[in-house]
Design a protein around this ligand. Structure first.
Ligand code: KG4
Ligand code: ZN
Length: 332
């Protein structure tokens, strides 16, 4: 068995995977309600909550997988080593080290972004490199060329905010609850995207790069103008216009990446890939060449970390017990 542990941000994830790649259990302890009052993730609180959740979740994951003897049956511990919040990463890495040492099995540190790429491998058995993967979440907006499993090239990324971060900030401006992505997604379906003319970020360049801070400011200005005029803010229309511009930017840059690299097969992954308009736009544009994970594999989870760790272990061998988390680790 492979034990997977994910604690890079605000979700504690533990999964058990067979060495054949089959997911036997995957559990998540969400901290959303702990951070909601602050409108975003509070790092110190996140690490404390991971600490409380992690050991009971490890026990529950083995029990769900029907394994009575974790010490005897675990052949590898895979853990997210970065990027992420240092305090959060440390809880996962130190737990993984303790278990690997006690159970006398190897440990492997996994890049969180590589994990998101592997969410698609779990979901789509026949998926083989090369392909492009858009990893789009609360912390990341990156296009990665997957030449082979374990062999990556960063094609482009955001200059400032991640798309999910922008969703969350726009939701906050509009008075919606945290995390804002699902709420903006839902309201956008009821709104008129043509009611506001928001800019599609970076649409004029031939570079694969994103920028979402200007779009966020455009929403902020639109809202403060309407409030100054003492009018009611048309929240659904603003959500629809914002979502249209965001999806156009993400789709446009992945199309450009496909054109520049000559790679036709495309995956999306990360929390924002749960967005209904983004999924529809990618399906329309790339048809049989697009791979999209089911919702539970889009957001952070430990099954994707276990899958990425297993492949890395089989190809390159284990990490040492002296491995340390790297909050700003990059994939390539
Ligand atoms: O991958 P994830 O669980 O954690 C990070 O690694 O960041 O992504 C969380 C992000 C949040 O910003 C959340 O608002 C966004 O994904 N998100 C969505 C949707 N569901 C989650 N954004 C847009 N539409 C959604 N349906
Ligand atoms: Zn993530």
């Amino acid at each position: 068995m492979v034990l997977g542990i994910e604690t890079s941000c605000d979700d504690t994830g533990v999964a058990v995977l067979g060495f054949d790649g089959k997911v036997l259990s995957s559990l998540l302890s969400s901290q959303i309600k702990d951070h909601a009052a602050f409108g975003g993730v509070v790092p110190e609180l996140a690490s404390r909550k991971h600490q409380e959740a992690i050991i009971p979740l490890v026990r529950a994951a083995f029990s769900d997988a029907g394994i009575d003897d974790p010490a005897g049956e675990t052949g590898l511990v895979a853990v997210t080593a970065g990027p992420g919040l240092m305090g959060s990463l440390l809880v996962g890495v130190m737990t993984a080290k303790g278990l690997a040492q006690a159970w006398e099995c190897p440990i492997i540190g996994v890049n969180h972004i590589e994990g998101h790429i592997f969410a698609n491998r779990i979901a789509h058995e026949g998926l083989d490199p090369p392909f492009l993967c858009l990893v789009v979440s609360g912390g990341h907006t990156e296009v990665i060329l997957v030449r082979d499993w374990g062999n990556y090239e960063l094609v482009g990324k955001t200059r400032d905010d991640a798309a999910g971060e922008c969703y969350d900030k726009v939701a906050k401006i509009l008075g919606l609850s945290y995390p804002g992505g699902p709420e903006v997604d839902r309201l956008a379906r009821e709104g008129d995207p043509a009611a506001f003319d928001l800019p599609v970020p970076m649409s004029g360049t031939r570079e694969v790069e994103f920028s979402f801070s200007g779009l966020k400011t455009a929403v902020l200005w639109a809202v403060s103008r309407i409030r100054d005029e003492k009018k009611e803010v048309p929240v659904a229309d603003l959500c629809a216009a914002f979502q249209k511009a965001t999806v156009a930017s993400l789709l446009g840059k992945v199309c450009l990446a496909s054109e520049l690299t000559g790679i036709k097969r495309v995956c999306i992954s990360g929390g924002v890939s749960a967005n209904s308009a983004l999924r529809e736009a990618f399906r329309d544009r790339f048809r049989e060449n697009v791979y999209i994970p089911p919702m539970d594999l889009c957001t952070d989870n430990a099954a994707m970390i276990a899958a990425a760790g297993l492949e890395r272990f089989l190809r390159f061998g284990p990490s040492g017990l002296d491995m340390t988390p790297d909050p700003s680790a990059s994939i390539a």
